[in-house]
Ligand binder design. Structure first.
Ligand SMILES: [Fe+2]
Ligand SMILES: [Fe+2]
Length: 409
C-alpha cells in the first residue's frame, strides 16, 4: 500500500494549513498594540506578512488540485482546535502569548509540514512540495527568532514555573484536539471574533515618555537642518512607525471580512513599517539619539482604530497622515543631501518609496469598496476633516489643509 498522500488527502489538509496561517496572522495583528517588547512588535509586523504569503500560496495550490469551490479554502480542523486558538488569543502578557504561538502552535505547524513533505508523491505533487518546503523553512525561522526572545523573557520573569506549566497544558490541549490535521474530528464550524475594547493608546515600553494631553506636547518647528532637529524628527517618526504596524494589525484582527487582497496589502504595510522602525531607530542611534530622549504623542491612534469602518481608518491615516508624511520625507531628503548626510538621505528614500504605496493602498481600497456606495464614500472621505476640525493639537503638523471632498479617489 502506498504511503504517499493522494489528491484528496492533499485537499483535506491544505485548506487547514491555510486556516492556521490566517489565524496566526490575526493573532499577531490583534496582539501587536498591547505587546510591550518592541522586538516582538517588529517581528509581528514581518511575520504577519510572511504568514499571509503562506496562506496565499496554499490558497493557489488548492484549485490546482481540483479544489475549485470556495469550501476547499480556509478550513478549521475542528471546533476543539478553534476553541484552543481562542484560548491562546485571550492569553495576557508577552511571555504567555509567545509560548502559545511559538512553543505550541508554530512548532505543531512545522511538524505537520515536515510529515506532509515526507509523504509527498513525487514528482506528481512537486508543486505542493515546493511551496511546503518554503513555508516550513520560514516557520522554522519564526520559531528560532522567538526562542531567543522567550529565553530572555523567561530569564526576567518571576513566574518561570507557571510559563513551563502553561506550555505543557496548551500542548496537551492541542494533542486532544487532534491537531492541525484534525484526524477523526469533523471540520470545525465554530468561529470567534478577535474584537477589541475602545483603545486610547498603544502600549510602549518604559523608555518611552508618551504624553497623554496633546497640549503637553510642545513642538519647536524642528527641521532636518540641525542635529537636534534630526533627532527630534526621527524619534517621533520611530513612534509613528510602531503605531502603523499596530494599526495595520488591528485592521486584520477587527475586520476579517475585508477582501483577501486588501488584507495582503495591510500586512505588507505592517512589514514595511516594521522595517522602517528598525531603520529609523538605528539611524537615530547613529546620530547620538536614543529611545525616550524626548516626549512623544500617540495622537491619531484613538481616532483611527476605534472606527468600525476600516475605510475611515485608511482615509484618516493612509490618505491624510501618510500623505503628509511623504511631503516631510521629501523635505528631509533634500536637507540631508544639502548637508552631505547621504546615509540619512539614502534610507529616507527607501522609506518614501514605501510610504507612497501606503497612500495608494488607501486610495485604491476606498475607491474599490465604495464604487457602488456613494453614501459610504462620502462618509469615509469626510472623516479626516471631521477629526482635524475637532482637534488639531500642537505637535501634529499639517502644512496644507487638504479638503477631503476634493480628493480624487
Ligand atoms: Fe513608515
Ligand atoms: Fe506608511
Amino acid at each position: 500500500m502506498s504511503t504517499t498522500l493522494t489528491v484528496q488527502q492533499n485537499l483535506e489538509r491544505l485548506g487547514k494549513y491555510q486556516y492556521v496561517e490566517m489565524q496566526m496572522m490575526e493573532l499577531m495583528g490583534s496582539w501587536a498594540y498591547t505587546m510591550v517588547d518592541p522586538e516582538i512588535k517588529i517581528g509581528f509586523g514581518r511575520q504577519m506578512y510572511q504568514d499571509s504569503v503562506h496562506a496565499d500560496l496554499l490558497g493557489k495550490r488548492i484549485p490546482e488540485l481540483k479544489g475549485r469551490s470556495a469550501h476547499f479554502q480556509n478550513i478549521s480542523p475542528s471546533n476543539e482546535f478553534t476553541r484552543l486558538l481562542e484560548r491562546i488569543w485571550q492569553l495576557k502578557g508577552d511571555l504567555a502569548r509567545m509560548i502559545g504561538l511559538y512553543r505550541v502552535l508554530k512548532p505543531a505547524l512545522v511538524a505537520v509540514y515536515d510529515s506532509h513533505l515526507q509523504s509527498v508523491e513525487l514528482p506528481a505533487d512537486e508543486p505542493t512540495a515546493y511551496i511546503l518546503r518554503h513555508i516550513k523553512d520560514e516557520e522554522g525561522d519564526h520559531v528560532a527568532w522567538a526562542e531567543n526572545i522567550i529565553t530572555r523573557l523567561v530569564r526576567d520573569s518571576a513566574e518561570k514555573n507557571s510559563s513551563a506549566a502553561l506550555e505543557t497544558e496548551l500542548s496537551n490541549e492541542l494533542h486532544a484536539t487532534s491537531g492541525i490535521w484534525g484526524e477523526g474530528k469533523p471540520t470545525g464550524t465554530y468561529t470567534f471574533k478577535k474584537t477589541h475594547e475602545h483603545s486610547v493608546a498603544p502600549v510602549r515600553d518604559s523608555r518611552w515618555k508618551i504624553v497623554e494631553r496633546p497640549d503637553e506636547f510642545t513642538e519647536k518647528n524642528w527641521s532636518f537642518d540641525t542635529m537636534e532637529g534630526k533627532q527630534h524628527l526621527l524619534h517621533d517618526l520611530l513612534n509613528s512607525e510602531f503605531i502603523t504596524v499596530e494599526r495595520m494589525g488591528r485592521i486584520i484582527a477587527d475586520c476579517p471580512d475585508i477582501p483577501w487582497q486588501m488584507k495582503m496589502d495591510m500586512v505588507h504595510q505592517a512589514w514595511d513599517e516594521a522595517r522602517h522602525a528598525e531603520i529609523v531607530q538605528r539611524r537615530l542611534e547613529e546620530l547620538g539619539g536614543y529611545v525616550g530622549m524626548f516626549n512623544t504623542s500617540c495622537w491619531g491612534w484613538e481616532q483611527d482604530v476605534n472606527r468600525a469602518d476600516p475605510l475611515e481608518r485608511l482615509a484618516l491615516s493612509n490618505m491624510t497622515f501618510e500623505s503628509e508624511s511623504c511631503k516631510h520625507l521629501r523635505d528631509w531628503i533634500r536637507k540631508a543631501r544639502a548637508q552631505n548626510d547621504t546615509r540619512s538621505a539614502q534610507l529616507l528614500e527607501f522609506l518614501l518609496a514605501d510610504e507612497v504605496n501606503h497612500v495608494l493602498y488607501g486610495v485604491h481600497w476606498i475607491d474599490e469598496l465604495t464604487k457602488n456606495d456613494p453614501e459610504r464614500r462620502k462618509r469615509v472621505l469626510a472623516y479626516p476633516d471631521e477629526v482635524l476640525k475637532a482637534q488639531h493639537p500642537i505637535g501634529v503638523r499639517f502644512d496644507e489643509t487638504t479638503n477631503a471632498q476634493e480628493r480624487t479617489v
